[in-house]
Design a protein around this ligand. Structure first.
Ligand SMILES: [Zn+2]
Length: 83
């Protein structure tokens, strides 16, 4: 039995078009940004749907998307995490 692992080698920011990898995505390399919307259906035996998403680098999230959301009346929720 073969075991496959799905690995993302790099991500291109959909706003600034810069390519990022695990080493330069954010200052400490541990940032995750992704904006998505899922629309789907579920039955007893099946499920499916469509996901719409964009990949946004941490800088564009904070410098572009966040201020735009604020201008539309949304407030970014801030929550600490970690041990
Ligand atoms: Zn960007």
């Amino acid at each position: 039995m073969k075991n496959y692992e799905k690995v993302v080698k790099s991500v291109t920011c959909d706003l600034c078009k810069e390519e990022f990898n695990a080493k330069n995505w954010g200052r400490d390399g541990d940032c995750k940004t992704r904006v998505s919307y899922q629309s789907g259906w579920v039955t007893r035996d099946n499920c499916g749907g469509t996901e719409y998403s964009v990949d946004v680098c941490p800088e564009c999230f904070m410098q572009k998307l966040g201020p735009w959301l604020n201008s539309q009346g949304a407030v970014l929720r801030e929550k600490g995490y970690g041990s």
